[in-house]
Ligand binder design. Sequence first.
Ligand code: ZN
Length: 329
Amino acid sequence: MGVFVRMNNVISPANGGFAMLTQINGLHHVTSLASGAQENNDFFTKVLGLRRVKKTVNFDAPEVYHLYYGDELGTPGTVMTYFPFPNARRGRPGAGEVAVTAFAIPKGSRDWWADRLASLGVKGIEKQDYLGEARLRFQGPDGDGFALVEADDGRAPWTGGDVDVDHAIRGFHSTQMRLNDKGATAELLKFMGYEAQDKAGDITRFALQNGNGAHVIDVETLPQAPMAAQGAGSVHHVAFSVDNREAQLAVRKSLMDTGYQVTPVIDRDYFWAIYFRTPGGVLFEIATNEPGFDRDEDRAHLGEALKLPSQHAHLRDLLEREYLEPIRD
Ligand code: ZN
């Protein structure tokens, strides 16, 4: 890649060519759609052993929960989030979406997980050797595409559930996007700082140097696949982490200078967000690591109470009485 010159938070190859962002840390969160809040809650907390770190509502549709699961504090790179729409129709898998969301587990723990998931009635369990890694594919309650991947991962897991430290999920490992054509998306990922690292069949693996542990993106190219139809079990968007609002503004400006249409910065209470649609059809978000999920709750009790965005606070009685099914923990 030659010699790099650092200027204004952007690294430019000294020989000209494209500028590359340096602010992206890896994934921040992945947000998906579900059909049932209770089932969703039980799957992530009781089957996968994650901590529910926030129970709130969709900013734009406060009659729908927004549930967040992750490590102890919901560290960026560990946070799986859901909008459960009661009785939502299932999505139809296809191109232009995130097909697989993968979590990192310790080396040697795949068989333990295979037995656990089977004993708990999880569907679609399949051991695979994939890009040199041992992974376990399985489905979420709405047919969601998931995998556990054995990895050397130094992140501390949440062990307050019933999965012990030798097996517990460390956070995201990667997401696998399924696209008709990867060209423009590959360019975007490179612009975001990712490098093509490996290739096998239809899959190209992109990774960040010095990422947050959740810094791998696989792109599967299936030129003939029909476009996905979003519904329960589909990923709605994937969010990438930046440290703070200053980094986010720099990323926003660079994306817009490159021709992307990016939303204004939106306050999501636990992070600030910007969104843009990628060439392959997947919705990307850039989210700040600040302020975090403990901004309005004691760390010992994260995710227990229903927290409402201030503009919806006056709806609490109505929402709890008419719309939001109580979740039994
Ligand atoms: Zn998001």
